[in-house]
Design a protein around this ligand. Structure first.
Ligand SMILES: [Zn+2]
Length: 261
């Protein structure tokens, strides 16, 4: 009975937060229209997304870098996209971090790599977002702002970075989110690796793929890129990766390609 009691206590706590953090109708509609791919979700799903967004905004701390001021509208646009993957999984999966740092544009990060001869090579990496284990999440506002348009080429920086957060929720960035048991993990890896190898061959041959060719970088990047495709270019992703689509539909408890247009 204690579980039941705790669940009620939690529901009441969440209800208070949602009331305190209520999103106005005007701001909500403006946000939905800036993200046209959301039109495929049902009214019930969108109501739940709005509720989760309030809880997310209450839990996370936004800050602007480089003089950027993060407005309520900007924070909401990020929150809504972040909450989409966990719509039926819950926000618990995002508990590993609090801070979200929003940069005006892409960030150039100096990197060092040690080669086999022990020589250090320095290079610059251009980042539109970054998720680090336990650390703050970084996003480029330019990329977030263009999410409505970039869905056409299966690109969504917020969903990409939060896919990494899900992947790392079990401690490792290996393309596998927390799963109930070892058998589920084995199955997940079998599907993901097979689709990844096929995808890498397509990219090598210069094929025009539905998913971002950046996914060929590594298995965990392929996972993040495939999650982007699953949510914002669902039909194209399902057509090219039906087995992976089915795996994701089962995991996320969502079937975005089957929803209305
Ligand atoms: Zn990535």
């Amino acid at each position: 009975m204690i579980g039941h009691w705790l669940a009620r206590l939690r529901a009441r706590r969440e209800q208070r937060i949602v009331q305190r953090r209520a999103i106005s109708d005007a701001l909500w509609l403006e946000t939905l229209s800036s993200l046209p791919f959301l039109a495929r979700w049902s009214a019930d799903d969108l109501a739940e997304l709005r509720r989760l967004a309030s809880l997310f905004l209450d839990d996370k701390e936004f800050s602007g870098a480089g003089g950027l001021v993060v407005t309520d509208a900007m924070a909401l646009r990020i929150a809504v996209q972040a909450c989409l993957p966990v719509l039926h999984l819950g926000l618990e999966l995002y508990r590993s971090f609090v801070g979200i740092v929003v940069h005006p544009d892409e960030v150039v990060a100096p990197r060092e790599v040690l080669d086999d001869d022990g020589v250090v090579h320095e290079y610059d990496e251009v980042l539109s977002g970054e998720a680090m284990g336990g650390g703050p999440l970084m996003l480029s506002w330019t990329d977030v702002r263009d999410a409505g348009v970039s869905a056409d080429w299966a690109y969504n920086v917020v969903i990409h970075e939060f896919a990494h957060v899900l992947d790392m929720a079990d401690g490792e960035a290996d393309g596998v989110p927390p799963l109930p048991n070892a058998q589920a993990r084995t199955h997940w890896l079998a599907v993901l690796e097979a689709e990844y190898e096929r995808f890498c061959r397509w990219v090598d041959r210069g094929r025009d793929t539905a998913l971002d060719p950046y996914g060929a970088e590594s298995l965990d990047e392929f996972f993040a890129v495939a999650v982007e495709g699953f949510f914002v270019a669902s039909h194209e992703m399902r057509r090219e990766h039906p087995h992976l689509y089915a795996l994701f539909a089962d995991y996320f408890r969502q079937d975005p390609a089957a929803q209305r247009h």
